[in-house]
Design a protein around this ligand. Structure first.
Ligand code: NAD
Length: 331
């Protein structure tokens, strides 16, 4: 059977082809799944999609009408999937519930340290043989406080690294993680965490309850010189409110691997186009902001695990087996 994979990065394609060899033929496309590209899937029972795929009702209807019965999403987050519509259309939808949490946690730290120690600016300067230090002063994180919102797999991995730096740990989650408690994490209400943390890192999933978790009030509650890192989902932050705070000169640094309106921009080369998104255009102008294009997961280890899990999801579907990765049908 031929599987159609949307949104495949050039580095990812050989890993997909290697994993599926001997099982199924995979046709890899670099285009992302949208209403415009969905008709390409006609005749493919199984399609695989990437993180920013549009799996809303409209696209799912086009897929179902074209004969698709299964969608194998190559990500953990599934905020892009209309689960109700998928169920109504009788589709099977699976995701990858586990892969290296270290990939994302280590990247969240990369952003935190890059903005704290002004690494991008320093590199730009030395390339221009400007070896001054003015404006590059950072802060020790040892002895300071890390606030982790969402202490699941990635939040825990992030907290372990913070512990290694000698930071005090505050956590916020609907459920306490015993491994984080063992590290000395203290769970506190969100506002207390935001008021006390020198570094705030977001690791909760995006859902109705967490949409704009970091809104204007939450931003106001943070220390003026805090570092904010988001490697989870863009919708967790009210970006317009964040721009307002940055304009007022607040925050030591903000590292964003995700952006609430990233679909249609991230993963694509827009360098020759006029960017219509004024919020993003303004965001990247701040000297204390670093934006990356949803690359936290993008390590060889994580991508291999994602691809292997996607293959298992496909084989399970073909064999009528159910696993924890299946989102729809719900039971
Ligand atoms: N940037 C990237 O490349 C990338 C890659 C993978 C995952 N992610 C994001 O990271 C998120 C976290 O991944 P994970 O593997 O750690 O997930 P996880 O399920 O292990 O952890 C999520 C944590 O959030 C908590 N939580 C859920 N709803 C909550 C709520 N309403 N309020 C407070 N806490 C709540 C859960 O109790 C859990 O501890 C994913 O949902 C995904 O959006 C981003």
């Amino acid at each position: 059977m031929q599987i159609l994979a949307f949104g495949v990065q050039a580095d990812e394609q050989p890993l997909i082809e290697e994993a599926f060899r001997g099982h199924h033929d995979v046709h890899c496309l670099d285009v992302f799944l949208t209403e415009d590209t969905a008709p390409i899937a006609a005749g493919h029972e199984i399609v695989s999609t990437s993180v920013n795929a549009d799996l809303g009702a409209g696209v799912l209807e086009i897929l179902a009408a074209g004969g698709t019965r299964m969608v194998a999403q190559r990500s953990t987050g599934f905020n892009n999937v209309d689960l109700v519509a998928a169920e109504r259309l009788g589709l099977t939808v699976a995701r990858v519930s586990y892969y290296s949490p270290y990939s994302v946690a280590e990247f969240a730290w990369t952003l935190a340290m890059a903005v704290n120690r002004r690494v991008v600016r320093a590199s730009t300067r030395t390339r221009d043989f400007d070896f001054r230090l003015h404006g590059l002063m950072g802060r020790d994180l040892h002895g300071r406080t890390a606030g982790v919102l969402g202490t699941g797999k990635i939040g825990e991995a992030f907290a372990r690294i913070a512990h290694g730096f000698g930071m005090r740990l505050l956590g916020w989650d609907v459920a306490e993680n015993p491994a984080c408690l063992e590290l000395g994490m203290r769970y506190v209400p969100k506002d207390e965490l935001l008021a006390e943390a020198d570094l705030v890192s977001l690791h909760v999933p995006l859902m109705a309850e967490t949409q704009h978790l970091i809104d204007a009030n939450a931003l106001k509650a943070m220390k003026d010189d805090a570092i904010l890192v988001n490697s989870s989902r863009g919708g967790l932050i009210d970006t317009a409110a964040l721009v307002g705070e940055l304009r007022a000169g607040r925050f030591t640094g903000v590292g964003l691997d995700v952006y609430e309106a990233e679909a249609g921009l991230f993963f694509l080369d827009k360098s020759l186009e006029a960017i219509a998104d004024d919020t993003l255009a303004r965001l990247v102008t701040f000297p204390n902001v670093l934006v990356t294009s949803h690359q936290a997961y993008y390590t060889e280890d994580a991508v291999r695990q994602i691809v292997d899990a996607t293959l298992r999801n496909v084989l399970d579907y073909r064999a009528g087996r159910r696993s924890e990765n299946v989102l729809v049908p719900r039971s």
